[in-house]
Design a protein around this ligand. Structure first.
Ligand code: SF4
Ligand code: SF4
Length: 358
């Protein structure tokens, strides 16, 4: 049994706390929107999974609250952060910043979260987000978070033809002022390759950015976290094409429990293979086509891997010969991994990212 050889050590407990959002971005991996009927995790279930997750997986060091828009949880978000701290976890929220309608409101909202123990706040913005959330709210949110001592990550999504860029952000007077102040030490600015999956004629420059990001082509997102959906299902990753890959949905948590369900993945050799070689790497390795198709984004390659009959046939033909090699590499990679550094849940390279959705 592969599971006898593999010992998983997930680093994060991720709550996709709601599929509701104040925005409805075109390429949102969870197709979040303002639809009030979309599910949210009640606070009693969040508290339950904090207990179950930290008991079952001592390797977990970070609790992430994302969505959807986790700030829609209101007071329950404050309770959830406080509870995560009592379990000894670092804490992070991911937000579009809609709630920072003024400096005063931002101070009021963030002071409560800071007192509860919020360590890091990730803001997402860019052309698509700003169709729903005005940029001045990002300014109020980011400056306030930095001033009250929260580690703040601003992620700017976009490609080569984006209107909103890092330059736009840093040349805003309030941000320029912040960058000159001692609070600038709390700010990290990152760019994120935001792929428009609906746009087949995506420009070449954006494609190159995505493909050249990392020499290590393994997927750093799969199996890294215990991910709980708002309808209490366990997810294997936060990929952009997650919703179209049924194999990434491990099913209802209730009944089996988090640990058993998560560890069942040890017997899914393809997930281990993805962790080691990544979807494009696997396709390249099993294909006999020297001009093998290069995908714009790993998650797009992953969708092809799981849905194409041709690729599936090749996988079945090839996988047994790769088992010893991949298992060795998986084990070796695990040994080399550092104790978790609560960094953004993406591949990083010089401040650029392949974003996997949260
Ligand atoms: S990408 Fe983020 S801000 Fe946009 S709809 Fe999805 S969760 Fe909301
Ligand atoms: S490439 Fe994307 S969809 Fe595939 S496992 Fe990684 S994060 Fe998930």
């Amino acid at each position: 049994m592969i599971s006898d050889f593999i010992k998983f050590k997930p680093a994060n407990l991720v709550f996709v706390s709601t599929y509701k959002c104040t925005a409805a971005c075109k390429n949102c991996c969870f197709t979040c929107s303002q639809d009030a009927t979309l599910p949210s995790l009640p606070i009693n279930r969040i508290l339950h999974y904090l207990e179950e997750g930290t008991t079952g997986f001592p390797s977990i060091k970070l609790a992430v609250f994302t969505g959807g828009e986790c700030f829609l949880l209101g007071k329950d978000l404050v309770k959830a952060i406080a509870a995560a701290k009592t379990h000894g976890l670092q804490t992070r929220c991911v937000t579009n910043g809609y709630w920072a309608t003024s400096k005063e409101t931002a101070v009021k909202t963030l002071s409560k979260l800071r007192s509860a123990g919020l360590d890091e706040l990730n803001f997402s913005t860019g052309d698509e987000h700003q169709r729903y959330v005005p940029f001045n709210r990002i300014i109020s949110g980011v400056t306030t978070a930095c001033e009250i001592g929260i580690r703040t990550v601003l992620v700017i999504e976009g490609g080569a033809d984006s209107g909103f860029t890092v330059q736009t952000f840093i040349s805003t007077p309030e941000i320029a002022e912040l960058l000159k102040s001692p609070f600038s030490k709390n700010l990290i600015i990152m760019t994120n390759v935001w792929i428009d999956f609906s746009n087949k004629s995506i420009n070449g420059e954006q494609q190159n950015v995505a493909l050249n990001l990392s020499e290590d082509t393994g997927c750093s997102n799969i199996l890294e976290s215990v991910i709980i959906s708002p309808d209490e299902r366990l997810l294997s990753c936060c990929g952009l094409t997650l919703k179209d890959i049924p194999e990434m949905d491990m099913g209802k948590i209730q009944g089996k429990g988090l640990k058993k369900l998560y560890e069942e993945q040890a017997n899914d050799f393809l997930k281990l293979w993805l962790r080691v070689e990544g979807p494009q790497g696997i396709i390249d390795n099993i294909s006999d086509d020297p001009l093998n198709h290069k995908f714009k984004h790993p998650c797009e390659a992953c969708l092809a891997l799981f849905s194409s009959d041709k690729i599936r046939e090749k996988l079945i033909e090839n996988y047994t010969s790769r088992v010893p090699d991949i298992m060795f590499k998986y084990k070796f990679k695990g040994l080399l991994q550092k104790a978790h550094d609560p960094a953004f849940l993406c591949n990083t390279n010089g401040g650029s990212h392949i974003c996997y959705g949260i």
